[in-house]
Design a protein around this ligand. Structure first.
Ligand code: AMP
Ligand code: ZN
Length: 437
């Protein structure tokens, strides 16, 4: 397939035509999904036995929501809709417990993903003359490879830098004359602080733009990064269940994120009643993917809170815009761009017999970055005056948590019975980061 950027006949398609295209693609997804054991059962129960059961986009509402828990229960292959030989890659993200949510891609799926990603990148004004330093984690996490493929599709020179090591990042920026960055907003702020420390002159760099996503941030934070680094910052939204980055992105108007409606059907519902909210009201984003054959997913509860813009965008694109994500309707924490569920931490800590019954998860800012602190009470048989076993226990807790949540936290041990106990529902998480979204 030969994709072109940008694609005016799709990106500026009249809504009526766009909706007709969505319906056509939805029907294809239904026929594909009926080959996956999870959806065969789920769709049949809803009275959907073939794409003929779907007559209008409204019929999508016959399908119940799909949750992270469903994906977990379908692990490893319950959502797979193609023969295993057709899979060329998988990506996985953390689940609420040890079972990862795993998404499989065919060769065509990877191409499609790169296409949507490239549209996003092109929409910010990048061209093949740009040099793109991708400072996001590669690996099972979708941010690195997803954005990388899109960059190549646009024809930019992509530097697969990965995160961390700011000295090395600056060296690459100078050596290769990087013009575009991709990172979490916190890492971009951290980079700026390190730049000052290292005495690097902004003028020695060729930076023009940055894509910032993977965690919520405010308009003020965007402006601050733009001012400090003298670049344009574009908000990038995606989630691994919907491929990863490339779902919604800001255009050059920087006023809301266009969601590619020929690739995804977006609904926004009240997270309590699960009824649709009025246009412009905040609710939970529900997504159906139309551009992936290996792992179709219908009406996925993203848990991300946002709203549709009601006015059309000045850029002329007809695909609707989402408000920047304002929070989540569950307890998932995002720590330096990594998703962590408190239940994952609890599972690790409570499996250790040396540990008491009470613990507290604290998240703070350490400069521009997030810091995770786990306060744990030791068991009643452990004495606080002998430091050797205590240090060994601390290390063991850190190791076990790193394996489970991919973050090495700071661990504080407390005497048995010394952490505060709340009356009623226990408060296990204290997120002390400033709330400026
Ligand atoms: P993952 O599946 O690991 O890629 O994480 C996806 C989650 O990260 C989303 O469901 C959001 O909660 C969060 N996220 C990703 N991009 C953004 C963004 N631009 N703004 C706010 N939150 C984001
Ligand atoms: Zn626009």
């Amino acid at each position: 397939m030969n994709f072109q950027y940008f694609v005016p006949n799709i990106e500026k398609m009249p809504r009526r035509k766009l909706e007709a295209l969505q319906l056509k693609k939805l029907k294809i997804q239904i026929d594909r999904a009926l080959r996956a054991s999870f959806y065969k059962e789920r769709l049949s129960k809803a009275g959907i036995t073939s794409s003929n059961s779907i007559k209008s986009l409204d019929d999508l509402k016959k399908i119940p929501f799909t949750t992270k828990n469903d994906l977990r229960n379908g692990f490893p292959f319950g959502f797979l809709a193609v023969p295993k030989e057709k899979i060329v890659r998988l990506h996985a993200s953390s689940g609420t417990t040890g079972i990862p949510t795993t998404i499989y891609f065919s060769r065509e799926d990877i191409k499609q993903w790169a296409h949507y990603m490239a549209r996003c990148i092109y929409g910010t004004g990048c061209t093949k003359s740009d040099v793109f330093q991708n400072m996001i984690t590669y690996g099972l996490f979708t941010g690195g490879l997803g954005m990388h493929q899109g960059g190549e599709e646009v024809g930019m020179m992509v530097i697969p830098a990965g995160p961390g090591n700011t000295a090395r990042q600056f060296k690459m920026m100078q050596d290769y004359k990087t013009t575009v960055l991709h990172a979490t907003p916190s890492f971009l702020l951290h980079l700026e602080a390190k730049m000052k420390e290292a005495g690097i002159e902004r003028e020695s760099l060729s930076l023009k733009r940055a894509f910032a996503g993977a965690e919520p941030y405010s308009e003020d934070t965007r402006r601050r990064i733009e001012k400090l680094l003298k670049i344009d910052v574009f908000n990038s939204y995606g989630l691994s269940e919907m491929n990863g980055p490339g779902v919604a992105f800001e255009c050059q108007c920087k006023d809301g994120l266009h969601i590619w409606e020929d690739g995804f059907i977006a609904e926004i519902v009240n997270p309590d009643t699960l009824e649709p909210v009025k246009d412009g009201e905040i609710g939970e984003l529900i997504l159906t993917i139309l551009c992936r054959e290996a792992t179709p997913i219908f009406r996925y509860r993203t848990r991300d809170l946002t709203a549709f813009y009601t006015e059309p965008c000045k850029c002329g694109r007809t695909h609707r815009r989402l408000h920047r994500i304002t929070g989540r309707s569950d307890d998932m924490l995002i720590i330096n761009g990594v998703n962590v569920f408190p239940s994952q931490i609890e599972e690790v800590i409570m499996a250790m017999k040396e540990v008491g019954n009470n613990y507290l998860i604290v998240v703070e800012k350490d400069g521009a970055l997030d810091k995770l602190i786990i306060k744990v009470e030791v068991g009643p048989d452990i004495f606080m005056d002998d430091s050797r076993p205590l240090n060994a226990l601390k290390d063991k807790i850190k190791e076990n948590l790193q394996v489970s949540i991919s973050i090495r936290p700071h661990v504080e041990l407390h005497e048995n019975g010394s952490l505060p106990v709340t009356e009623g529902k226990a408060v296990r998480v204290k997120d002390n980061r400033p709330k400026d979204v």
